[in-house]
Design a protein around this ligand. Structure first.
Ligand code: SF4
Ligand code: SF4
Length: 387
């Protein structure tokens, strides 16, 4: 091991044979390690103590409404993209308790239910997912109201990002400049290089906590050739995106397209199932539920993920304000690509492609936007021609 003191921004290399050390060092520092693994024929995120739980030698094949795992011809540890899970399940869980009540001898007692969050180390966070976490940070931490549960969870994580060296069939992060290379928001960022007998990770140190962890893992300084090889892989990924999207002037285009016929057409196809919002790493809407146990002695007030596609989501004062599916789909897409920019100064989409892969009606957000863009361009050309 080379014992030079590591700093933020340093580039080092760890051999594949030493990768387990990274997980062990994180565990020694009392992190519960979570990362990609295979369950029910999909790559999901779960606890792991051994790197052998990673989907070694597997890749995913994704398209509109389709997801399949396929064997690779090598033993890459991270040779796939993103699956149905996102890291929001740890930072903004599907269900969390806000408060509970218990009956007492002289009435009842209310306890807030913010639990001590686990100290988690995320392994294999992709660039688009880092951007999604940054988007949720804005929603939960940087507005007028801070979500105490999210804050406690967020403060307790260690992030090992992985730069993508192959693009998925539904990815379009390159169009939105949210990937495939991690640029911020990580403690360590890895690029996996696997050529012939060489199998190593170029590691970029992103924080003092990252430097501290890497100091305890066998590593060596990265050579110019190793840096070049890793950069070439990420650059090639940029050129392989399964989807593209032209984001220029999209906000204005959408604001001028409230009555576009494409929404009617979408209303015919969309099932209102909400799958797109569940898999989306930036969607953050919730509803609340009260439950009472059978003895009547304790109650719980919980927060649960909700979806703008459900009928109950926009139920206000005795009526639903977005009854037709065309309105619900329009609300979702407009929020992602137009109103989110006014609310938060950034797009609500990071181009991960999950909503395309997991839509049972084969709806592709990039195709829908393109249809609106192209018909508007044609319309403008017609008007221009008349003038
Ligand atoms: S809208 Fe779709 S592509 Fe964009 S971040 Fe959400 S799931 Fe990913
Ligand atoms: S767009 Fe697809 S995934 Fe989303 S609600 Fe409609 S049918 Fe379901």
């Amino acid at each position: 091991m080379v014992n030079l003191l590591l700093e933020n921004g340093d580039l080092v290399v760890i051999e594949q044979s030493d990768f387990q050390q990274l997980l062990d060092v994180l565990a020694e520092r009392t992190y519960q390690v979570v990362g990609p693994t295979i369950r029910d024929s999909a790559i999901i995120y779960d606890e792991m103590t051994s790197y052998t739980k990673l989907p070694i030698g597997w890749t995913d094949v994704q398209g509109k409404g389709t997801y399949r795992l396929k064997r690779r011809e090598d033993d890459a540890l991270f040779g796939y993209t993103v699956g149905p899970h996102s890291w929001k399940k740890y930072l903004h869980p599907p269900v969390s308790y806000l408060w509970r009540t218990n009956t007492t001898a002289d009435g009842f007692q209310v306890t807030t239910a913010i639990e001590e969050p686990p100290k988690l180390a995320f392994i294999g966070v992709r660039a688009c997912e880092l951007q999604a976490i940054a988007a949720q940070d804005q929603v939960f931490l940087q507005g007028r109201f801070v979500d105490a549960d999210y804050k406690a969870r967020r403060e307790n994580i260690f992030v090992v990002a992985v730069n993508c060296v192959q693009a998925g069939g539904t990815c379009f992060c390159a169009s939105l400049k949210t990937g495939p290379k991690a640029t911020s928001g990580f403690d360590l960022a890895l690029t996996e290089v696997l050529t012939g007998t060489n199998h190593y990770f170029l590691v970029e140190i992103g924080s003092s906590a990252g430097a501290d962890v890497m100091q305890a893992v066998t590593h060596q300084p990265a050579s110019p050739a190793q840096i070049e090889a890793a950069e070439a892989l990420v650059e090639a990924t940029t050129q392989q995106m399964g989807r593209t999207l032209e984001p220029l002037d999209l906000k204005e285009l959408l604001y001028n397209s409230y009555e576009h016929p494409q929404w009617d057409e979408l209303g015919e196809r969309c099932l209102g199932c909400g799958s797109c919002t569940m898999v989306c790493p930036t969607c953050f809407c919730t509803t609340t539920h009260d439950t009472i146990d059978v003895t009547g002695e304790t109650t719980a007030h919980s927060k649960k993920w909700d979806s703008c596609f459900t009928m109950t989501f926009s139920y206000i004062h005795g009526g639903n304000v977005r009854t037709p599916l065309r309105s619900r789909y329009r609300q979702w897409l407009m929020h992602k690509f137009a109103t989110w920019l006014d609310q938060f100064g950034r797009s609500g989409c990071v181009g991960c492609g999950r909503c395309i892969t997991w839509c049972p009606a084969y709806i592709d957000i990039t195709e829908e936007i393109r249809a609106i863009q192209e018909s508007t361009n044609k319309q403008e050309e017609k008007i221009g021609g008349k003038l």
